[in-house]
Design a protein around this ligand. Structure first.
Ligand code: DQQ
Length: 577
């Protein structure tokens, strides 16, 4: 019976897929027939090679955006968009988990779910703000009975509960809504940021929006956090972007890697505006100046207002959100990693969506980009360290790293290049790193590179995911390309095997070239150049599973490169939900 029912669902899904998929304004695909399944029909399957060991995920069903992360009374909170009934998007609530270390998490009941007129058709993304007296407040998007996107407020019922288990919505909701005067597009008005307090005593918040093809961060102000007035102009807007989802706006220090409170102002800081582009499912950020007098944000010259500019992550990473961790004075970034498998595969495994490992984020010394690094707490899961001293990797060599659980590992490798003469000359037309990685995958021999790691590899290399560098010569410098090549990651070609790429702003003449990859069954989360370029990939090996997974360092260039150091650890399983 169960078999025939599943078979029916899978066949019907294929039908939906081939006959066009309904698209809701929220940008997530909607499968109306699947919405009717009850919880008992979608158990997480027993055979789960792709479930992760130390990435955050619920036991089953669909998860998307991280919402309103915060720390309260020493407890870290993560809320997330969750479908309690299914493996596809729908019935969205704010699920809730807490942690004392950002590694192990315990689940709680959903914090926010449809219960008022102002959110009866949905409780979508939003953020937390800490109000005076340390009181948290959530602003989130509700979908009202007319399917308009409106902004609502919820506050904790009991401030003495560090787990903030119960949230109360104000009867005044919605606090911000489209109407005939404000010209806000009612299907493009969502995802309030953490609010910040100006020296005039007014709170400010931005909401993602668009008008025609122009992405917009609509600004609202309030003296009491309840009555909000729209500013005459947006904080920022950009042509030809489409809908801005999940904006994030925060200051970063120009002097240190410490984080700053979202309301911080002063001379030793810059501001960052990140937006998630509904059209491309990429995010980009700019670095610039917040002009308080005009209440506008002005990106620095050269900071591009498009996803060909700076991205937190050049792979799968969306709807991200940061928060200021007052316990350790750092800013932490959360981001959703969607699946790269088919919906029918997700139905079979009973879940969809993972969160990236929380990353510390700060401004690079150049002031021109951000840097990210997995929070140091994750290192307590490291076990069985394997270290290789420096070793010359001749062209064409593959070096096995044994002694670690290659399906659940943390690997840190660095390379030193001394001989640049043979570096290939970069074609000035090669401005798109992803396309370049596509043309020059791991199997394409170069001169200086490709060299890096083969992760989640099967014995005999029928399957592998290659994360690697290539070095090119430009007029007055060397250009470092970082690629995550998924083309051989699975024998199952129904998965999305897109290759990702990024340029890494390091000078390989004077600096070592480092690469750290967090490998977690179906995730390869890689940090190049000490966190200057990050690429996350979802992969679904069929052979390189559990004990069938191997790890290698490789050099497929003609020129030798010096592997300065390699450290690898098996990662213990975190207790998650
Ligand atoms: N997901 C939420 C929206 C947001 C989108 C709905 C981004 O609020 O715009 O689940 O992934």
């Amino acid at each position: 019976m169960a078999f025939s029912f599943n078979f029916f669902i899978i066949s019907f899904l294929s039908f939906l897929l081939t006959h066009g998929i309904l698209k809701l304004e929220a940008s997530h695909h909607v499968y109306p027939n699947l919405q009717t399944l009850d919880e008992s029909t979608t158990p997480a399957s027993a055979n789960q090679p792709y479930r992760t060991g130390f990435h955050f995920q619920p036991p089953k069903n669909w998860m998307n955006d991280p919402n309103g992360p915060l720390i309260y009374k020493g407890i870290y909170h993560l809320f997330y968009q969750y479908n309690p009934q299914d493996v596809v998007w729908g019935h969205i609530v704010w699920a809730h988990s807490t942690s004392t270390d950002l590694v192990n998490w315990i689940p709680h009941d959903p914090a926010i779910y449809p219960s008022q007129q102002s959110d009866m058709n949905g409780t979508w993304s939003g953020s937390t703000t800490i109000l005076p007296g340390g009181k948290p407040a959530i602003l989130y998007t509700g979908i009202d009975p007319k399917n308009r996107q409106v902004q609502n407020l919820a506050v904790p019922k009991n401030l003495s509960d560090p787990y903030l288990r119960v949230w109360v919505k104000t009867p005044k909701n919605p606090l911000m809504a489209p109407n005939s005067l404000n010209q806000i597009n009612s299907s493009s008005f969502r995802d309030p940021t953490t609010a910040w307090l100006g020296p005039d005593g007014h709170w400010r918040v931005i909401i993602g929006s668009k008008i025609d093809r122009q992405g917009k961060a609509i600004l609202f102000k309030s003296k009491d956090f309840v009555n909000w007035v729209q500013s005459p102009q947006p904080l920022h807007s950009a042509n030809d972007n489409g809908m801005w989802e999940c904006p994030d706006f925060f200051p970063v220090s120009t002097k240190s890697s410490y984080g700053l409170d979202t309301s911080a102002l002063g001379s030793d800081l810059k501001h960052v505006l990140k937006v998630s582009l509904d059209d491309t499912k990429h995010e980009y950020y700019t670095i610039g100046t917040y002009d308080l007098a005009k209440d506008i944000y002005v990106p620095d010259q050269g900071s591009l207002n498009s996803d060909s500019g700076l991205r937190y992550d050049y792979g799968k990473f969306y709807a991200s959100k940061t928060f200021f961790d007052t316990a350790q004075n750092r800013r932490i970034l959360w981001g959703w990693i969607n699946e790269s498998s088919s919906v029918s595969a997700d139905v079979k495994k009973g879940w969809s969506g993972v969160q990236a490992v929380p990353r510390k984020i700060w401004l690079d010394r150049s002031g021109k980009q951000l840097v990210q690094w997995p929070v140091q707490e994750i290192e307590k899961l490291r076990a069985n360290q394997v270290t290789f001293p420096s070793k010359l990797l001749k062209g064409g060599s593959v070096l096995q790293v044994s002694g670690v659980t290659a399906s659940q590992a943390d690997v840190d490798i660095s390379f030193g290049i001394t001989e640049f003469e043979k570096a290939e000359v970069i074609d000035p037309k090669w401005t798109n790193p992803q396309e370049l990685c596509n043309q020059k995958g791991a199997s394409v021999k170069g001169n200086l590179g490709p060299f890096g790691l083969l992760v989640l590899s099967s014995k005999g290399l029928k399957e592998y995911t290659a994360v690697f560098f290539r070095i090119f010569k430009a007029n007055d410098k060397y250009v470092v390309l970082m690629c995550s090549d998924q083309s051989r990651s699975s024998l199952d070609k129904s998965n999305d095997l897109t290759t990702y790429g990024a340029f890494v702003d390091v000078d390989p003449v004077h600096q070592k070239l480092s690469l750290r990859s967090l490998i977690d069954h179906s995730i390869v989360e890689s940090f190049g150049g000490g966190g200057k370029a990050c690429i996350t990939a979802r992969v679904y090996p069929t052979l390189a599973i559990d004990d069938g997974a191997y790890l290698y360092a490789f050099n497929n260039g003609t020129e030798p490169v010096m592997m300065e150091k390699l450290d690898a650890w098996s990662m213990k399983k975190a207790r998650i939900n």
